[in-house]
Design a protein around this ligand. Sequence first.
Ligand code: GRF
Length: 226
Amino acid sequence: MTLKLGVLLSGSGSNLQAIMDRIEQGALQAEIALVLSDNEQAYGLRRVKTGNIPARAILAQNYQSRLEHDLAMVQALRKSQVDVVVLAGYMRLVSKDFVQAFPQGVLNVHPGLLPAFKGLQAQKKAAEYGVKLAGASVHFVDEHLDHGPLIIQACLPVHQGEDSQSLAQRILRLEHRIYPQAVQWLVENRLAQEGGHVYLQDVSKQQADIQDLGPCLINPSLEEGF
Ligand code: GRF
């Protein structure tokens, strides 16, 4: 099975790159059908220019409301027959109507261990708070900020005196590992949801992208061995 992905981004698009790389390596059975941005300067849009993935900006200022902008995005994504939407550094909140338009899922990656440090600059907030563990989360999206059932989290120990820039870079590398993996689980139809929790089916299957993350890999179904 192959899923058609729509990727929404506002900035550099390194998570888009990680997903494209895994697809190219054959580790992710998906196809990127469309990349959209709310920012025409986003470097992420340029990353796909050389390939044949359609990419364009749909600017919020051209619409009267968040909903109208969201509906324009939905229309474009549907036209490209997108099954699943992947938010990859998309800096706007999506509406309930947007989420409901994609029943197979809208996913997001956040550079923090949710529900801690939602919103912008999560890594800075974590470093300033003095947390000893930081990390990244991939979750299904609902209409609330950085909220929805968690699919996978990965963490790392924060070094003594580490600044937020260094922490952000290390967290980003984790994101690049766990985001394509979460999408592949969705492709394999292995994510069951119950009571707001996500359960990974067929846990014993080898996970090439994440197998060395050890005890810092967190999914409700992966607790054994901790
Ligand atoms: C990532 O840290 C992601 O978690 C957050 O925005 C950043 C996007 O980075 N939502 P990139 O555009 O994928 O490089």
